[in-house]
Ligand binder design. Sequence first.
Ligand code: AMP
Ligand code: MG
Length: 357
Amino acid sequence: MWYNTGMKTIIEQIDNTQMNMEIIEKAGDILKEGGLVAFPTETVYGLGADALNEQAAKKIYAAKGRPSDNPLIVHIADMSALDRITEEMPKEAEKVAEAFWPGPLTMILKKSREVPAGTTGGLETVAVRMPDHVIAQEVIRAGGGYIAAPSANTSGRPSPTEARHVAADLNGKIDMILDGGAVEIGVESTILDMTVTPPMILRPGAVTKGMLEALIGEVAVDNTLTDPDSKKPPKAPGMKYRHYAPRAELVVVDGMMDAVVDEINRLVKEKTDAGCKVGVIGTQETVDRYRTGDIKCIGTRTDETTIACRLYGILREFDSDGVEFIYSEAFASDGIGSAVMNRLLKAAGHRVIYTSR
Ligand code: AMP
Ligand code: MG
């Protein structure tokens, strides 16, 4: 074979305004031969493999160290690709696809026999998404049209929002990384289960409950997502794992803004006095009010998409800085803030301090 399998990872820069089709073809050939290619999407970087080739999908689990009961999302680039992998497409699902594809939304649908059990973790359903990113779309087409692409990180680590994050986790374990620059959204897609009535959100993302309800009426939310003490497993198998986590112990501090700033300053002082290296996640609105520690500004509360975009990058920076504790402000629980809080709370292992004054 003309490309290396495994040991040496090819890294190619690719510009989405002037796409080099030779590179896309090379990526497509690797995928068609059962190899692994990481590529940018609008949400996070994905680790691609041919979703209809069980052996290829298995390689994803090995490279990421991903538990094998955590099914993969099949990425498509064209609506016509749906027929082959789904058993039926409910009317509502068609409406959702029309409104939000290509985009940061994954739908759970009944799978056809063509989708191997190795891709769906043995489930009778398949998760499908059409990403809104030209590089992703071209790679999917070049690779045969059906590409399983979980986040391109080591399982449990923060998802990659830049190609260097992918390289940090997977260099030497995958065939190719396409570097298309920083992603736009920064948190993974919304997952919507269309096999139940009413449809249910299994993972919050940039397509919010409000946006979906405006289109199709009532939408439920898997409440094991918001209740860390729930005895029931979440409906998306992957949501049960401690996820998105930095190496440091992360604690979220919630409450009125002034009280939160005071409490974080107090906690940082306590830990710094004890000789620990401490990180702080503040916002443009508060960052000047923190006194000591490794203080990082995550974005502005006036536009929470800025916060989503920086979240995983900041968690990785704290790892490189070698901090042992991180204190973060909490974020709004509606809109994209609910996706940010979902990931932040999981990264924190649900350690939250509520302050009141
Ligand atoms: P990732 O690819 O890393 O963004 O994770 C994919 C997420 O989709 C995980 O939380 C999976 O458990 C979930 N998922 C994939 N397929 C299904 C399915 N058929 N039913 C429910 N959840 C799924
Ligand atoms: Mg992931």
